[in-house]
Design a protein around this ligand. Sequence first.
Ligand SMILES: [Zn+2]
Length: 467
Amino acid sequence: MRLLLALLLVPPALGQDLAIRDVHLIDVEAGVVVPDQTVVVADGQIVAVGTDVGVPDGVEVVEGDGRYLMPGLWDMHAHLRHPIAPTIILPQLMAHGITGVREMGSECENKDDPVCLDQMLAWRDQIAGGTLVGPRLIELSSFPLNPPWDYAVAEDEARAIVRELHGRGVDLIKTYYRLSPEALGWIADEAAALGIYAAGHLPLAMTTAEAAAAGVRSVEHTRDLLFDCFPGSAAFRAEAHSQNPPPAVMRAMVEDHDPAVCDATFEAMIAHGTAYVPTHVTRRMDALADDPAFRDDPRRRFLPAIVWDSWQADADRMIALDPSPEGRATGRAFHRLGLDLTRRAHEAGVTVLLGTDGGDTYSFFGSSAHDELALLVEAGLSPADALAAATIRPAEFVGLGGTFGTVEAGKHADLILVRADPLTDIENVRQIEAVILGGRLFDRDSLDALRERVEAAVAAMDAEEAP
Ligand SMILES: [Zn+2]
């Protein structure tokens, strides 16, 4: 591992002044292409956008050649708290056009962990200063607050831990499934009083609507919503001691699904301004764990063997829960129902945000954001709405809609240049020609170099781990 940390990547020059000429802009809000534009960048900011914009003297010119320029992607459910982040995770996020992340487990509960919040805060500064390649660490979170089942958290205790975590520098408190409804209420309330917020997995002892009313600002994972929308919900919540429902309960969630309950949940989320981060990419495994094409993904070469092996074990465990044809069909139906739920939530007016849980089983660092965009479109969002869920909606969610999330003068120059129009086919987001972060240009050659360094870091790590 020491060897790996010594391989820290050298980023390209800080914030050149740029002009990107002859590009079609993707307007993620209007869902249209604005043709034949020039974008001028100075000091990391977009300063002019238009057809008749002149190119200032002395700036580096990027010839767009009719390609498509869109805002950089934000991953609102990322996990980077790992020693391999600088060499393996962060550069892959950059290479795939992820320019901002909300990190969902930045502080460690166990102080012996190799990376904790202080390191994450240092990485945030290094990225901002241009000495470390990676997306902006927009928000950093606490460890999941998850007391033992038989432990009643007292109010002063709940409020004290929120104050302590806020003092350490987290932007949000991550909730988890063993919290009591009362404790969740105290945590959300104390967080709000400090100007931060609570978000995460929902306590099994309360519904999504109740958590929204208690002040949770974003609900993570489709699965948590599906727990609500079937007649066995109350019994499941009362008896469950795990957030993984047993096969029979999962089947009931699919077969007895009650859309009216979900509709009421959406209404509560809208009333309380609660966003929804489905992370479909994490549940796709339920559907495809026994599909050899899915299992043998060529992207494995960008993953250390230790991670890949843990994914294989996890996928095998998933199948073993119920390997019968009915069990496998339930896994596929659960995934499809989740996609349908997201369409309905979006149509009802719930704010959907893109999150990947990257590093979770079969969520590849960086490219899983492209997978999730495709899944949002498969769910029924338009490509423009899927892109908005990864750009302007997250920026608005964190209160930065005025400075991030679209290609407009006055905003940070966090941009992706793609070869073909992502509004006609969301898969075109994968065809990245260049990424710009705060005016720093990573052209295709630099992005390829990043990927090669990741492969080298993976090989070095595998060699070190080998017996
Ligand atoms: Zn997560």
